[in-house]
Design a protein around this ligand. Structure first.
Ligand code: GLU
Ligand code: ZN
Length: 295
């Protein structure tokens, strides 16, 4: 095989088990990487111990194996990279690009989640405070391989956002850009629930002098009852004995057209078919209705 410069990744959070929506995201990133002859890395985003479901990490790895996914290299855990996050955060803070915020939840009520900037110039001590990144009054835009042009005004639509919580936990936004860069990720393929996080990540990459990957956000899956599968609503954990039918359904949700003869094929065979025939231009742009009940 030709050496490819493509490096993709799947980055589950162990606050729950993998569900059909995560399968669709994992499958898209896997097929996109393998079709390009690239690597596919696995990163456990275990930044938030209080929210971690005991046993979820093992269950996620086991499910990926059962569904036939093979990752390259060692699993990376974000919990092992806290020193890196701390150092870069300190750098942003000392440069005045980030600042300490002592606002209580109550003080921030009524601002629709957009930080009103109370502590921007307060010069609070970093200890026992949340750390927020100062965002510019700028429109950010990028080209997504499926969603097309995406724009967001960081000041008006996002506001200064937290990169370390008051309890000392690092935010996803900071960790994800540091790790994507450190792991040499060229292509981020993930669920569209993260589309509106991307401009924050672009801004952080810019500040930290990191290279920017290409992005592809796969549509969210809508359950027959109208719920979107994503962070706030999860379908049941992926059952271990349904790998083939669910992989087939995930392929179809991604607009791929596996032939009828593949029904009943083993997971490995389905993935092999998917790698060979992968066509990212077929991925639908908007949420896809799951064909049937997910279990
Ligand atoms: N850990 C995130 C999640 O499970 C995904 C992060 C990413 O792909 O950037 O939703
Ligand atoms: Zn504040």
């Amino acid at each position: 095989m030709n050496a490819s410069s493509y490096v993709g990744r799947f980055a589950p959070t162990p606050s729950g088990y993998l569900h059909f929506g995560s399968l669709v995201a994992a499958l898209a990133s896997y097929l996109d990487a393998r079709h390009a002859g690239g690597q596919w890395l696995l990163r456990m985003e275990d930044l938030d111990p209080p929210r971690e479901v005991p046993g979820a990490q093992d269950a996620i790895l086991h499910t990926l194996e059962t569904y036939g996914f093979e990752w390259d290299g060692q699993l990376v855990r974000q919990s092992e990279r806290l020193d890196v996050y701390a150092a870069r955060l300190e750098q942003l803070f000392s440069q005045g690009l980030a600042y300490a915020c002592t606002c209580s939840r109550k003080q921030l009520e009524g601002y629709n989640g957009i930080y009103p900037g109370f502590c921007r110039n307060a010069g609070h001590d970093a200890e026992d405070a949340a750390i927020r990144l100062r965002v510019p009054e700028l429109n950010y835009h990028f080209h997504d391989r499926v969603q097309g042009e995406f724009r967001q005004h960081l000041g008006r639509e996002v506001g200064d956002f937290i990169i370390r919580r008051r309890d000392g936990l690092y935010a996803y936004q900071l960790a994800v850009v540091l790790d994507d860069a450190w792991q040499g990720i060229t292509d981020v393929v993930r669920g569209a629930d993260l589309l509106d996080s991307t401009p924050r990540q672009l801004y952080l990459q810019e500040l930290l002098g990191l290279s920017q990957p290409r992005y592809l956000h796969v549509p969210l899956i809508i359950q027959p009852d109208g719920h979107k599968l994503g962070k706030t609503y999860r379908s049941p954990p992926l059952p271990g004995d349904q790998a083939s039918p669910l992989l087939l359904r995930a392929l179809r949700a991604l607009g791929q057209q596996p032939p009828a003869e593949l029904a009943g094929a083993a997971a490995g065979e389905l993935l092999a078919w998917g790698i060979e025939h992968w066509d990212a231009t077929r991925i639908p742009r908007s949420p896809t209705l799951a064909e049937a009940q997910l279990r």
